[in-house]
Ligand binder design. Structure first.
Ligand SMILES: Nc1ncnc2c1ncn2[C@@H]1O[C@H](COP(=O)(O)OP(=O)(O)OP(=O)(O)O)[C@@H](O)[C@H]1O
Ligand SMILES: [Mg+2]
Length: 364
């Protein structure tokens, strides 16, 4: 397992999330459309990509596009076309309807050029029809298709800030819903993912029904045991020896198992050891690395056996509260507030109540 401090992960680098994957997979296999939410850096992109990777082995077509940078519906349709490009049976059929935009065959141009040409031909009056054709070609494909639109809510929020934004958001969401329902035999499943809550956004606009066909799946932080196990796997993969209690100390310092933070803490500890010419890290090192990096977890860097406190992570927007410990039984109850997505359904695995001693000791 490689250490990753930013990019999404899949395959051998993807850790845990078995139950979440199972839930997501069942929804997709049943032909449902899913709204995948979770706070920043919780692993939304990774889980969607990992599911796509697994389904691809079974002959599914997996299409992924990140539309964070899109500014219009035309951009979104062009991005989906780019994702479709490598699937020749779909892209070639789609391209036959666009012959006036390019003379080359699909094989002769790369995915990016395909996108650029299609984008140049789309306008306010045509994106709906071409988008519907694209979905139709996907649904007509021999096998099932899973399409991921990552960061859709960021695109919508950007559009909202522009003149006529509310109308355009409404038009886009109405179109998406209608276009998917038009192909609706279950052969095309859409996953919409993002860390900004889509539900609060449509509620604010008074159009909650525009996304009522999306089934919400929320991913929360790893529990203590998973965080400790992941740290252990990383240590073994990188030949880093760790004193007993190090992985637990990492989790306790962070106070919550956000995958990105567990990974980042491991990377910093490894750097720390390398810079000192060591191949082993201790519990004392965890404290020092935590203090040096502070992880953005509020002003107060706390020790493992911390006092009652309330801290807000400015990067994730998560507030940790009711933080308590007793000499006999150390137990933390981290109730975390999810400001943007409070109304999204919370899955049972989101629980962060971690009884003392629930983690297995890590052998060094
Ligand atoms: N299942 C996992 N196994 C190992 N590491 C993971 C896993 N999921 C997430 N990570 C770690 O978290 C980081 C962020 O993952 P990812 O980009 O998938 O999260 P995200 O929720 O999509 O983030 P963003 O909100 O920024 O879009 C990865 O770089 C990796 O370090
Ligand atoms: Mg992401």
């Amino acid at each position: 397992m490689r250490s990753s401090t930013g990019r999404w992960v899949s395959g051998n680098d993807f850790f845990g999330r078995d139950r979440e994957l199972q839930v997501l997979e069942e929804r997709v296999r049943d032909g449902n459309h899913v709204l995948l939410t979770g706070q920043r850096r919780m692993g939304k992109t990774s889980i969607a990509r990992e599911l796509g990777r697994r389904l691809k082995h079974e002959g599914w077509v997996f299409l992924f596009t990140d539309i964070e940078g899109a500014t219009s519906a035309e951009d979104v349709v062009a991005s989906i076309a780019e994702a479709v490009h490598p699937v020749r049976s779909i892209s070639a059929r789609f391209a036959t309807g666009m012959r006036r935009w390019f003379s080359e065959s699909v094989e002769e141009i790369g995915a990016h050029e395909f996108r650029v040409k299609i984008r140049a031909g789309l306008n306010e009056g045509s994106w709906r029809t071409f988008g519907e054709t694209l979905f139709g070609e996907c649904a007509a494909h021999d096998g099932p298709v899973m399409l991921v639109l990552d960061e859709l809510p960021i695109f919508l929020k950007r559009m909202l800030g522009e003149p006529g934004g509310e109308r355009r958001v409404d038009e886009f969401l109405s179109w998406l819903r209608g276009a998917l329902q038009a192909v609706g035999d279950g052969s095309l499943s859409l996953i919409v993912s993002g860390s900004i809550g889509l539900r609060p956004l449509v509620q604010r606009l008074g159009i909650p029904d525009r996304i009522n066909y999306l089934d919400a799946v929320r991913i929360g932080p790893w529990d203590r045991e998973t965080s400790v196990d992941c740290f252990g796997r990383l240590a073994v993969s990188h030949d880093l020896r760790v004193e007993e209690g190090v992985a637990e100390a990492v989790y306790d310092s962070l106070g919550i198992g956000i995958p990105h933070q567990v990974q980042s803490f491991f990377a910093r500890l490894r750097d720390f050891a390398v810079m000192r010419g060591r191949d082993c890290v201790t519990v004392a090192d965890v404290g020092e690395v935590y203090q040096r990096n502070s992880w953005g977890l509020g002003a107060r860097a706390t020790s493992r056996t911390t006092r009652r406190a309330s801290r807000t992570d400015w990067r994730t927007g998560i507030t940790l509260s009711r933080w308590r410990s007793s000499p006999r039984q150390r137990r933390r109850t981290c109730s975390y507030q999810l400001p943007d997505t409070a109304s999204d359904r919370c899955m049972p695995m989101c629980s962060t109540t971690c009884p003392a001693g629930s983690a297995r000791p890590l052998k060094s």
